[in-house]
Design a protein around this ligand. Structure first.
Ligand code: HEC
Ligand code: HEC
Ligand code: HEC
Ligand code: HEC
Ligand code: HEC
Ligand code: HEC
Ligand code: HEC
Ligand code: HEC
Length: 373
């Protein structure tokens, strides 16, 4: 190379190369040190990481945790990665996650009247219940390890229904309902590769990270073509508003067009394995259960309203009574129906009927006492 050209082009290039190599060595060195020290501290964490696809593709610890922390005393300098870090490489998943309901779980909790109540009166319980579920999917905009447990970060693991279990159970018993359905039974006997739908098959088709359904959590919609069901839904919406969560972002589909879009998508999914017409009929029958659950709830709310007006229930008792039945029994009925658990539908119906009768009995007893006075 001509001397002149070397100084213009070659020299800076050589310096850059040297710097780059030095940086790369430093990174590799740091990464090696991370592993060396942490293999001693947390051996299983490191083994899991080494089994992951990302480790295999040459990634290292610093790409998620940064390199500011280097020894025993400065561990607080390590970055704890959220969607902001994962999303730098996995932009598509991060965008879709944010658009769906999982990306709104932190806001939903922070504006809920129920959440505010529990947080104010029992912060320790709030942290160990509400916040544990809602934040472990959504803190800092998103926690991608909610389904891809660290440090394996496996896609396959997230396809299993167990990935959803810690949150979608109990008060929102999708896991239990699915587990007691024909689908769940077949999953247990055939496993993940048995052509049986799991939660992810129906709610994250082709790895779409945007989760949202037609009826949503609350089982109400913005437009209701059936006038009788519309009246019941309005009563339910009123009670839900008292509990607060109707204010949550994207709580229900505002128009029938949006509601139908999600339904059509679901029928497409069923049709991988079932006749389309049968799937559609099955889901329409489940819509009937939503209507019936809302009718029962409306009846229950009206009876509870009277008890409150009679002074039998104070505001606090009223709040918790409504909250309990609206959540457990009303939602339990349609969650069970949509997840094909026949026992769940029946059991919640029986509980609901009993609770309504108990409230009505209290109401008539109070009336008799008042009359005797
Ligand atoms: C000389 C040992 C040592 C080295 C080297 C080291 N760490 Fe650590 N690291 C620790 C100790 C000690 C803790 C704190 C453990 C505890 O709290 O029990 C820690 C904690 C962490 C945490 C958790 C931080 C938190 O807020 O809880 C992360 C993440 C982490 N290290 C990543 C790394 C990465 C990435 C590297 C390489 C850049 C690295 N470590 C290098 C010793 C080390
Ligand atoms: C793909 C990103 C990614 C890589 C690469 C990565 N981690 Fe992590 N690490 C995470 C996530 C996510 C968490 C959990 C963060 C949280 O809970 O807020 C975590 C948590 C930790 C913790 C705290 C664990 C606990 O439960 O107390 C340590 C320690 C840690 N990582 C060390 C390492 C070490 C050492 C390496 C390299 C062998 C590594 N990480 C590689 C994403 C990563
Ligand atoms: C520096 C870029 C980068 C970052 C940051 C990153 N990833 Fe990855 N990730 C990759 C690459 C490259 C692959 C492909 C490796 C492979 O073939 O599985 C991958 C693969 C994956 C897979 C598929 C693994 C499988 O089983 O097929 C999951 C899940 C995943 N990453 C989750 C995460 C999560 C969660 C975070 C944040 C905690 C994260 N990634 C951060 C680059 C990255
Ligand atoms: C760490 C807790 C957590 C895990 C794990 C989790 N979810 Fe969720 N999920 C939530 C929370 C919280 C919401 C409600 C967010 C909101 O309404 O703002 C939610 C909402 C949803 C919704 C939206 C329902 C609607 O239309 O309103 C679907 C669908 C869903 N999750 C499916 C899944 C599936 C499938 C899995 C497993 C692959 C899963 N979730 C794993 C916490 C979790
Ligand atoms: C076991 C995990 C878990 C706990 C504990 C939990 N939630 Fe949730 N929460 C969820 C899931 C999952 C959903 C979505 C369920 C569905 O769509 O059927 C949800 C939905 C919600 C919604 C509805 C948001 C919307 O889209 O309309 C609100 C509000 C809410 N939770 C508040 C709370 C409050 C307040 C607490 C504590 C008193 C709490 N959650 C405790 C998992 C949990
Ligand atoms: C609610 C559970 C859940 C959460 C939370 C979640 N994922 Fe996933 N992810 C899945 C499922 C299920 C699959 C497998 C989809 C499939 O192959 O059918 C998957 C697959 C992936 C893959 C592999 C993609 C491919 O085509 O092989 C990557 C990468 C990934 N997720 C990244 C992320 C990132 C980044 C986040 C945070 C924004 C995240 N995931 C949060 C459930 C989840
Ligand atoms: C065979 C398909 C299928 C499987 C498998 C499935 N779901 Fe669903 N899921 C549905 C349908 C259908 C609805 C109702 C959609 C609507 O609103 O029209 C629904 C509704 C939901 C909702 C919204 C509230 C509700 O229950 O009505 C959540 C959250 C949810 N499912 C989570 C899960 C979780 C978690 C699993 C696994 C434990 C799971 N689903 C398994 C089809 C499925
Ligand atoms: C990946 C395949 C697959 C998908 C997707 C799927 N199913 Fe199934 N489903 C099955 C199999 C297999 C059976 C058992 C069929 C049999 O033995 O005749 C079954 C059984 C059923 C049954 C009978 C339950 C009983 O108790 O007898 C109903 C109802 C059903 N599915 C509804 C649905 C609906 C609704 C959807 C979509 C929301 C759906 N399925 C999606 C595979 C699937």
């Amino acid at each position: 190379m001509d001397k002149k050209y070397f100084f213009i082009i070659g020299m800076p290039a050589a310096i850059l190369l040297a710097l780059w190599t030095q940086a790369a060595f430093a990174r590799a060195n740091e990464a090696h040190e991370c592993i060396q020290c942490h293999r001693r501290l947390n051996p299983s964490l490191v083994t899991d990481w080494e089994l992951s696809g990302m480790a295999e593709s040459g990634m290292n610890c610093t790409q998620c945790h940064g390199s500011a922390h280097t020894n025993e005393t400065d561990s607080k300098k390590a970055v704890m990665p959220s969607i902001k870090v994962c999303g730098t490489c996995h932009t598509h998943q991060a965008e879709r996650f944010t658009m769906g309901k999982h990306g709104k779980a932190e806001t939903a909790l922070s504006i809920s009247a129920m959440g505010k109540k529990v947080k104010a009166h029992a912060p320790g319980i709030f942290d160990k219940s509400c916040a544990t579920c809602h934040n472990s999917i959504c803190k800092d905009g998103g926690q991608c390890n909610a389904c891809h447990g660290s440090h394996k970060f496996s896609a396959r693991e997230a396809r299993k229904p167990e990935a959803c279990l810690p949150c979608h159970m109990g008060n929102h018993p999708q896991y239990e309902a699915y587990g007691n359905s024909r689908h769940g039974a077949l999953y247990r006997s055939r496993g993940l590769d048995g052509n049986v739908p799991t939660c992810a098959t129906c709610h994250m088709p082709e790895g779409d990270h945007m989760v949202k359904t037609s009826w949503g959590f609350f089982g109400v919609r913005g437009e209701e073509p059936d006038p009788q069901h519309s009246a019941a839904q309005n009563t339910v919406k009123g009670a839900v508003e008292m509990l607060g969560p109707i204010l949550a972002p994207d709580s229900f589909r505002p128009s029938m067009a949006q509601w139908t879009e999600h339904r059509d998508k679901m029928v497409e999914i069923c049709s991988q394995c079932h006749a389309k017409s049968r799937a559609r009929e099955n889901l329409s029958a489940c819509d009937e259960i939503v209507a019936q659950a809302n009718q029962l709830a409306a009846e229950f709310i009206k009876s509870a309203d009277k008890l409150k007006a009679q002074g039998v229930l104070n505001q606090k008792e009223y709040f918790w009574l409504i909250r309990d039945k609206m959540h457990a029994q009303r939602m339990g009925m349609y969650i069970s129906a949509f997840h094909q658990s026949p026992e769940g539908v029946l059991l919640e119906l029986i509980h609901f009927k009993r609770a309504t009768m108990a409230v009505q009995k209290q109401q008539s007893e109070k009336m008799t006492i008042d009359e005797k006075r």
